[in-house]
Design a protein around this ligand. Sequence first.
Ligand SMILES: NC(=O)C1=CN([C@@H]2O[C@H](COP(=O)(O)OP(=O)(O)OC[C@H]3O[C@@H](n4cnc5c(N)ncnc54)[C@H](OP(=O)(O)O)[C@@H]3O)[C@@H](O)[C@H]2O)C=CC1
Ligand SMILES: CCCCC/C=C\CC(=O)/C=C/C=C/C=C\[C@@H](O)CCCC(=O)O
Length: 329
Amino acid sequence: MVTAKVWVLKKHFEGFPKTSDFELKKIDLPNLKDRELLLESVFLSVDPYMRPYSQRDMKEGDIMIGTQVARVVESKNPAFTVGAFVVARSGWRTHFISDGKNLQLLSSSWPESLPKSLALGTVGMPGLTAYFGLLEVCKMKPGETVLVNAAAGAVGSVVGQLAKIGGCKVVGCAGSDDKVAYLKKIGFDEAFNYKTVTSLDEALHKASPDGYDCFFDNVGGEFASIAINHMKKYGRIAVCGAISQYNDSVPQKGSYVQVPMIFKELRMEGFIVTRWNNRWDEGLKALLKWVVEGKVKCHEHVTEGFENMPMAFIGMLKGENLGKAIVKV
Ligand SMILES: NC(=O)C1=CN([C@@H]2O[C@H](COP(=O)(O)OP(=O)(O)OC[C@H]3O[C@@H](n4cnc5c(N)ncnc54)[C@H](OP(=O)(O)O)[C@@H]3O)[C@@H](O)[C@H]2O)C=CC1
Ligand SMILES: CCCCC/C=C\CC(=O)/C=C/C=C/C=C\[C@@H](O)CCCC(=O)O
């Protein structure tokens, strides 16, 4: 019999999550029934969505939601052989039993040399968020100027690189000088540390005096309300996330300002990447090709040990990660 370790939400978060909000538990798993398979998590993802989604979708005592790259260790399901790797949405668990539904086998063209953890980041949901957010919401065109915040993160770093592939000028901001240096290294035309600039207004103007055609917003709040004034006429804003709001009990002042929305006839559209669920294979194939060709660089912020998941999650929310935050079991 296999004993799984799981992290449950002991107490709903109030402000920033605390390690005491989580509880580590053990679950003895039953023997497999016909068509079931037993999997062990190899890499687990910690993502910003878990903060607002936990409030919306979870009750205290539930196993934390999340995705993982897992390996099949026992199988009574002919579609899954022992040793195969899948992406699952089974939450913060070391082991779990599946009936084979909602498992995504890792692409058969996945190069052996490529870390399978990328299936949680650049060649996974965050990468797809950048891909569809840029192509379907921003509808970027060659020669345009794209602004992205949280630019050194899992989504933002792919946004900037895909925009460069798309022939755009790219401006990014992040919360440390090391992250800014990384942005320039991976091809951003302009990058700045939003925490240290004397004026965000001036930094945005200096980076692109003519303004921005596309704004890929991962942060919301005050940043967004300032950035909107730097949009070009007919600009497009892809509202991808609002991480500046997730841990605030009282929403930050500085929502999007309506006046420029109207005068500049801006289009602002929120989206969830699952809107394109039926096109994920298209996106994953494109992202994997760009990574293999070296056109999209990847960076991961790896925390070792399942027992450190809460710390990895909290650290990501505090900006400790450069690139995709993952946990290696
Ligand atoms: N709509 C969708 O379908 C999806 C939306 N998202 C959203 O995209 C955004 C980025 O996600 P992801 O790339 O996975 O995460 P990241 O890898 O970018 O990690 C989060 C980063 O957000 C930044 N951050 C945290 N708090 C603040 C704050 N108060 N103000 C400004 N920046 C902050 C930090 O970077 P820094 O050092 O720059 O501050 C931190 O590293 C999130 O808002 C997330 O919810 C993600 C996936 C799908
Ligand atoms: C202040 C409120 C903010 C509301 C927006 C919250 C989050 C945006 C975001 O990060 C969305 C992420 C979407 C992820 C989509 C697919 C998955 O991999 C997660 C699925 C979660 C689940 O249902 O299991």
